[in-house]
Design a protein around this ligand. Structure first.
Ligand code: RB5
Length: 154
């Protein structure tokens, strides 16, 4: 499985730490930045651009899932959700991470570097990537989400 990681300047260390964690678990990880430059300076970016970039990578199939981080996880997930086909959820604890895969079939998970620490973020990723979409009655609801998107793209 291939996972795309993206963050703004608020979450570089957490993003790099989560990439290392997931690589160790055998996942293929693509780093969409942002990062530090060769002088150790933060390469500033605006979270909407990074949310869009990773959202587009997921929808195009360049990666199977996305993991997004900013200060709160909110701005970057809102931005990713504007890309048709993205279902991005902000989850600050493992229960929500599990449920958003199980019930919403989320293809992007987001969290905030100013909200969760490394160990909580690892648990969030473990739940998200260790859970399958349940389908059944939830499939119809996810279709209704997609219908909203389709109705407004006309
Ligand atoms: C950047 O300071 C901050 O606004 C951003 O990381 C994020 O928390 C926005 O939702």
């Amino acid at each position: 499985m291939k996972i795309g990681f993206g963050c703004d300047h608020a979450a570089i260390d957490l993003k790099n730490s989560m990439i290392a964690y997931m690589k160790e678990k055998g996942y293929e990880c693509v780093d969409y930045g942002t990062n530090y430059d060769e002088n150790g300076e933060i390469i500033k970016c605006d979270y909407p651009d990074k949310g869009r970039e990773v959202g587009e990578a997921v929808v195009k199939g360049d990666v199977d899932y996305g993991v997004l981080m900013c200060g709160t996880g909110i701005g970057i997930s809102i931005s990713a959700n504007k890309v048709p086909g993205v279902i991005a959820a902000v989850c600050s604890e493992p229960y929500s991470a599990r449920m958003t895969k199980m019930h919403n079939n989320a293809n992007i998970i987001a969290f905030g570097a100013r909200v969760v620490g490394d160990e909580m973020a690892k648990m969030i990723l473990d739940e998200f990537f260790g859970t399958e979409f349940e389908g059944g009655r939830h499939a119809g609801r996810v279709e209704l989400i997609k219908k909203i998107e389709a109705d407004y793209s006309k």
